[in-house]
Design a protein around this ligand. Structure first.
Ligand code: SF4
Length: 232
């Protein structure tokens, strides 16, 4: 058997494993729903969510929307006013200017604060366009493409990176950035949103960063971390 044959067999096994995990997580958590929003709003919300939890992001987002009627007003406001509005999200001195720069970038490139053209682009072109905005990485781009435009992009945040690494869907040296393409190769497109959200939920509720609750985890039999480090 050649190394190419080995790689293909390995990929087939990982695809089967991803499918089984997806089904197990649905049994555990159900099928999560999400509300579709416009791309600019999702982009701002995702920038706000960097390095904080959903609660703080939501408070900051609500304050921002309450203080400024439009994204154009956010773009043109004094930096201090935006920073003050989003302070609950943390790192406001970085996120405020980043949001305003992204809004300026969109306006310059598109002539308006509207990125719905991404819905008509192939996923890779959309990813390239979004990541050309300063401060927008592959995770943020994938969130916008997947949740606003139904594109086949799989977002990898800290939970997804940790949990899929422990389960063995990605190798131990794979970075979060590299994991995007790997996970996209393992899961059918139509599963991305549900699988992504259920992995995050599993990471929050059971497979915690510091002390995973393996003893009550129904994925033990499929988990490399459990088999190597926990099972006696
Ligand atoms: S067995 Fe433990 S490490 Fe593996 S997925 Fe479950 S909680 Fe995480």
């Amino acid at each position: 058997m050649t190394s190419q044959d080995n790689n293909e067999t390995n990929t087939r096994m990982l695809r089967r494993k991803a499918r089984t995990l997806h089904n197990r997580l649905i049994k555990l958590y159900g099928i999560p729903r999400w509300t579709k929003t416009d791309g600019v709003s999702e982009l701002v919300s995702t920038i706000l969510s960097q390095n904080t939890n959903d609660g703080n992001r939501d408070i900051a987002y609500t304050r921002l929307r309450a203080r400024f009627a439009t994204w154009g007003q956010v773009r043109d406001a004094p930096a201090e006013a935006v920073i003050d509005a989003i302070r609950p999200a943390g790192l406001a001195n970085q996120k405020g200017p980043r949001i305003q720069a992204a809004l300026r970038h969109i306006t310059t490139e598109r002539g308006a604060l509207d990125i719905d053209f991404l819905g008509d682009l192939p996923v890779e072109q959309g990813r390239e366009w979004l990541t050309s905005i300063h401060g927008v990485g592959p995770k943020t781009a994938a969130i916008v493409l997947l949740f606003c435009y139904d594109k086949a992009a799989f977002p990898v945040d800290t939970h997804v990176h940790r949990v899929t690494g422990r389960l063995g869907l990605i190798g131990p040296k794979v970075t979060a950035e590299q994991a995007h393409a790997i996970l996209e190769g393992l899961c059918p497109d139509e599963q991305y949103g549900v699988f992504h959200l259920n992995i995050i939920r599993h990471g929050r509720e059971i497979c915690h960063a510091r002390s995973p609750e393996c003893e009550r985890c129904p994925l033990q039999d499929m988990c490399l971390y459990y088999q190597k480090l926990v099972r006696p």
